[in-house]
Design a protein around this ligand. Sequence first.
Ligand code: FO1
Length: 319
Amino acid sequence: MKITALAGGIGGARFLVGVQAALPDADITVIGNTGDDITLHGLRICPDLDTVMYTLGGGISPERGWGRHDETFTVAAELAAYGVGPTWFGLGDRDLATHLVRTRMLAAGYPLTEVTAALCQRWKPGIRLLPMSDERVETHVVVETDEGRRAIHFQEWWLRMRAATPALEIISVGAEAAQPAPGVLDALTDADVVLLPPSNPVVSIGSILAVPGVRAALARTPAPVVGVSPIIGGAPVRGMADACLTAIGVATSAGAVATHYGARRRAAPGDGILDGWLVDTADTGTEVPGVTVKARPLLMTDVAATVEIVRAALELAGV
Ligand code: FO1
């Protein structure tokens, strides 16, 4: 079975562990969000690609959910001693090697798709990991500061401000000029099923949908498209997706997120992308016109629980 999933960071990676465990023989392609990417100290860092790669490849820090296990932060401390920031983005010593290799390959002219494939040759995540685009698409957030409105990088808003300062606007900088990376559109139209894990619907899934052509490919793919709500009982399971949803005027509810993704009407393809939507039992009764909604426990407390969620999504997809 060919499965394609759009994935952000920690929640998406955790869900993918369940997909692999549920279907060990499946051919899985992951379209990874690169909107969180940032250049620091001259190094290109791809948090969501690395989180998927490390999580499925066995290198992730289980406590943090990002970065490497057995990590040290000696270089970060030395940079801080020089007064060289930012200190709000924790760069681990082991993780730095990934950014050094990636930056070196990008500088040599390799596209991010090939860089990602090269890094995965070490980690062997067991899935094909595609960046959403080889072009630079970065999520920036407009906030009110003492000096007036400023656009700051998503990571600064997320990590330094903890998304506590209201985002007046969330922008995928560069999206309009970007192309889907090679293989991305085919992965959406050739799949037997497309899954939307419980990643952040705005800055993870939303960033991927902002790449021209992706939403249209999802609207027209013959594969069923089923998503898993990242919102349970009106609150995000992790992270601060509520701050992101508020920024784009979407209520923080399982139903509102599905409505935001849109129902896929085969008769008249619009830009809706959902056929099915899994909500937690706390949200039983959620109705989304044009979308088949099923309620079941959605907390990914361990791999076995995640496997059950994946199985429910595949059942809802009818595969
Ligand atoms: N998340 C944090 O909460 N604090 C950090 O210091 C941090 C550093 C970091 C370094 C590399 C990396 O790949 C991810 C990192 N993350 C950190 C997670 C990252 O900010 C988020 O996972 C995504 O960008 C949002 O999902």
